[in-house]
Ligand binder design. Structure first.
Ligand code: BGC
Ligand code: CA
Length: 333
């Protein structure tokens, strides 16, 4: 394909067409990421004096739909694709299509295996470490329960253990399994005794999180001292359930993502903490990779590529102590 772009010294930056497909438009975290991407692209258009067209489509949870969307994007002349895979184990067809058409792909948020990312040198992955987020979620609990008085506050029945339930994301998602394992390990390694009363998959979803908690509420509601959740939306579902129950003796509730409504609940004291999943940082990285690939120039220095493939953004703990500061610092799309 002929490029209007002259050379790597960039006399003539070319307009950019970016095709984005997300696994599900109703996912709160992913939606916030694409909102950031669109608004950052608008800013970059002004800064670089070019046109950047970002089209976002949703695959509605179907890999076959996403595969077709990739074909449509390629036929429509997209310069680069940003793909939030439906099924992170099923990227082969998309990769083949993009490779044949020489259109690079930045995958994000739903991590494919390295072997797939090594199939072609124009494949990238932008995300964050699942282990780190689980560790931090566990650390919030450890910090709040260290010291006898602090522990007593949450150990409602005074048996020296924290009775907990855990809400898990989609089965097979890198962030579900790893966050569960790491959060629990960090807590138990700190010497806090845990007793599991229930676990349930709520697919990252607020309504499903509420349904799960509603079930537990009837059976074991008063016994629950800790609610661990693989993300904020499910924790918010649990909070919805507690609010509705009218009970006053709430458990310690923690999530991951730092979405706007979750930060609000931390501010109000209904949720004790969350772990900021850096949507603006990820969006910025995606956009810069797309821009650099499109212009055939080096990546800017603030984007660190590991093994020529990965950009991993750090997580950050949010509790009552720093939530106001975090709210002030948040990028507003
Ligand atoms: C986020 C979840 C989100 C999921 C979607 C995770 O990293 O924490 O909130 O639903 O990605 O893939
Ligand atoms: Ca207890």
């Amino acid at each position: 394909m002929e490029s209007k772009f002259q050379n790597e010294h960039g006399e003539c930056p070319k307009n950019l067409k970016i095709g984005v497909s997300v696994y599900d438009q109703y996912d709160t975290f992913v939606a916030s990421l694409t909102e950031c991407l669109k608004s950052m692209a608008k800013q970059k258009e002004k800064d670089e004096n070019i046109s950047i067209n970002v089209e976002v489509v949703s695959a509605g949870g179907k890999q076959s739909v996403q595969n077709d969307q990739v074909t449509d994007f390629i036929n429509a002349g997209c310069d680069i694709l940003c793909i939030n895979l439906v099924d992170r184990t099923d990227a082969t067809m998309i990769i083949e299509k993009a490779k044949n058409a020489n259109v690079p792909i930045v995958f994000f948020n739903r991590e494919l295996v390295r072997e797939d990312l090594e199939r072609w040198d124009k494949l990238y992955y932008v995300g964050s470490s699942a282990a780190e987020s689980g560790d931090m979620e566990g650390q919030i609990v450890v910090d709040l329960c260290t010291g006898e008085d602090n522990f007593k506050k949450w150990d409602k029945n005074g048996d020296g253990k924290l009775q907990y339930v855990i809400l898990e994301g989609e089965a097979g998602h890198q962030d579900s399994l790893v966050r569960t394992e790491h959060s629990i390990n960090i807590i138990t390694e700190a010497g806090i005794n845990l007793e599991k009363l229930g676990d349930g998959i709520a697919n990252w979803n607020r309504a499903q999180g509420k349904t799960k908690m509603d079930q537990w509420m009837g059976e074991i509601g008063d016994d629950i001292e800790l609610v661990l959740s693989n993300n904020d939306d499910m924790a918010l579902g649990a909070i919805d359930s507690w609010k509705e129950s009218g009970k006053s003796d709430w458990p310690l509730i923690v999530g991951i993502d730092g979405t706007a409504p979750a930060l609000q609940e931390v501010l109000e004291g209904n949720m004790q903490g969350t772990v900021l999943n850096d949507a603006p940082g990820q969006a910025h990285s995606i956009l810069e990779i797309a821009y650099s690939m499109g212009q055939d120039i080096e990546l800017p220095e603030d984007i660190e590529l590991t093994d020529d493939i990965y950009v991993s953004l750090p997580y950050r703990i949010v509790t009552a102590e720093n939530v106001e500061q975090i709210l002030k610092q948040q990028y507003q799309p």
